[in-house]
Design a protein around this ligand. Structure first.
Ligand code: PRT
Ligand code: ZN
Length: 282
């Protein structure tokens, strides 16, 4: 049995469980602090995100899903196995909107409120800036307006929280997303299960980047269209019942699809369908 630690309730909870579900692993996520999967040798531990790296470092959990921001703040020597693509945000310094910001030296000697004192100190030390750090665990964005600090260092995604609190983002310390973490040295008897889970996660993540594409084209254009849509090995070409026409099936990266759409149409492609892929095994 392997154990994976995920956030109990918060921004990463639902997506973490959803990822396991999409890997075909059925796990009850309601109410309890731990739950065994019904069809995989896996136990899920539901924890506060800040505690997840420590549980993995101490071997209580073999794997964990956590934001890179939290992992870096704990400073623990763990292995980042895979970026998972959700929970994207950045850790930034922000100042009151009216501040006429001229550069990082503006922070010299100032008071900064944050829940990320280690990352902040490391960043500013590297730039020769000394500040007074007010460590607080939540509602960081109100610190300047209540006189607790001159500025803040906090996570930003849309930027609307900063805006609502009269603040502006002036420096980005790090970009972050959720990652799968593990120990540097895995226990040998667990490696096969971990590899199985990783294989499933990679198949699911890969599938989200690709689309299945089907189109109809005149037979004399199939070669040119195949060059635009090479797919995993080569496209599937099936004859249509209408003479002289074929249906071509392939896979394409989502971001590559839009730039080639006009070329496909110019080559005579018609009836183009683009569908999601659930799992993709190379
Ligand atoms: O209870 P527990 O300790 O487990 O949860 P938590 O309250 O510490 O964390 P939670 O659930 O808020 O966030 C979990 C993880 O989600 C973080 O560690 C990040 O890796 C990731 N994440 C992604 C974010 C955001 N985006 C985010 N926007 N975490 C927090 N925020 C907050 C930010 O602190 C600020 O208050 O959202 C606000 C800013 O959002 P915008 O959209 O207004 O810019
Ligand atoms: Zn937390």
């Amino acid at each position: 049995m392997i154990k994976i630690a995920v956030q109990k309730s918060g921004r990463l909870s639902e997506k973490s469980i959803d990822l396991l579900n999409r890997c075909g692993i059925k796990v009850n996520s309601k109410g309890s602090l731990k739950a065994k999967a019904s069809n995989f040798d896996l136990e899920v531990l539901y924890l506060r995100d800040d505690d997840i790296p420590k549980y993995v470092a101490e071997g209580i959990a073999d794997l964990g899903i956590v934001g890179e921001n939290v992992l870096q703040e704990t400073g623990l020597d763990l292995k980042t196995i895979l970026p998972l693509g959700f929970g994207k945000c950045r850790l930034s310094l922000a100042l009151p909107r009216e501040w006429d910001y001229s550069g990082i030296n503006d922070f010299q000697g100032k008071r900064i409120a944050t829940s990320y004192p280690k990352i902040l100190k490391q960043f500013l030390d590297g730039k020769g800036i000394a500040v007074e750090i007010e460590e607080i665990s939540g509602s960081v964005e109100i610190a300047p307006s209540i006189g607790l600090a001159d500025g803040i260092c906090d996570l930003v995604s849309s930027g609307s929280t900063l805006l609502k609190n009269g603040l502006k983002e002036v420096e980005v310390l790090m970009q972050s997303e959720s990652v799968l973490i593990g120990q540097k040295e895995t226990q040998a008897d667990k490696q096969a299960l971990i590899d199985d889970l990783l294989f499933r996660i990679q198949s699911v993540l890969r599938a989200t980047q690709f689309k299945y594409i089907l189109l109809n084209a005149p037979n004399d254009k199939i070669e040119a269209i195949s060059k635009l849509l090479p797919g995993m090995k080569s496209p599937t070409v099936l004859p249509l019942s209408e003479t002289g026409w074929s249906s071509l099936h392939s896979v394409v990266k989502e971001e590559e699809f839009w730039p080639i759409i006009n070329q496909l149409k110019n080559e005579g492609a018609e009836g183009i369908l683009v569908c999601p892929i659930e799992k993709m095994i190379l």
